[in-house]
Design a protein around this ligand. Sequence first.
Ligand code: DGL
Length: 290
Amino acid sequence: MMKRTCLLTLTLNEGQKYSKIHMERPIAIFDSGMGGLTVVKEIHSLMPGKNIIYLGDTARVPYGTKSSDVIKGYAKQITKFLSTFNPWVVVVACHTVSSLALNFLKRNFPQLYFIDVVTPSVDESISITKNYRIGVIGTPATISSGKYQKLIKNANPGIKVFSQPCPLFVPLVEEGWIKGDVPEIIAKKYLSGLINKKIDTIILGCTHYPILKKVIQNVLGRDINLIDASEVTGLKVKTFFEKKNMLKYEVEKSPVLYFTDVTKDHKKIINFFWKNHKLTVRRITLENHV
Ligand code: DGL
């Protein structure tokens, strides 16, 4: 029989303070940094009564330029931390981890149920493309893993896939540089090659990228469909609870956000998502979760 609640002791602020969290089984969500908040926001708006706990590994972002072994090690440490909350589901809100480490996580944590961001994005892209030409943008690790290309081709070998790594998008978002000339110039540099490929659909294959959606759409033009993983993944999580008949009315709860580092720029991004909202934001260290 699964435990319904979980009491947890956390080390906060370099181990000076201790705090106990008491919470009903949550939805656990993680990413390398702030990008996964796009998924948190969506899941919270679809199911405001569910407990949500988020871990953003802001101290070690970016993951997308690191090796697969390092990414797996980080993902394992985070999942170990999140598993102490006894979550209903763990949402891997990071395309890099979903592309390189999902099977590894499933093998290491057979007791947990995982939902990734790659599969729903692929399914959505295949269902909406009309000319069978799909673009994928993501971190260097995601693009070079070939995961998107493989899944799309397996589903429909007739689809042409064009991919482009956009490594500078992640630091732009982490530093809160999400409007104006600089992101636009960088976006033009990365995306102009894709415009010539006549794609009609593009997967934003990194959870940081929807934060730059306006800039990306301006550069690509209105006619290209942008696939935002947070929307399709949110629906998948909702279906998970629907199937369990667990979507009854519940009082709204605020997400609890954990980060491995919190700076002024991070606070700016949190404010971008939840203006005038009271949220629990905590800093933790993950060293004990190996
Ligand atoms: N947001 C992450 C993703 O979806 C990774 C960004 C990074 O850490 O490089 O791929």
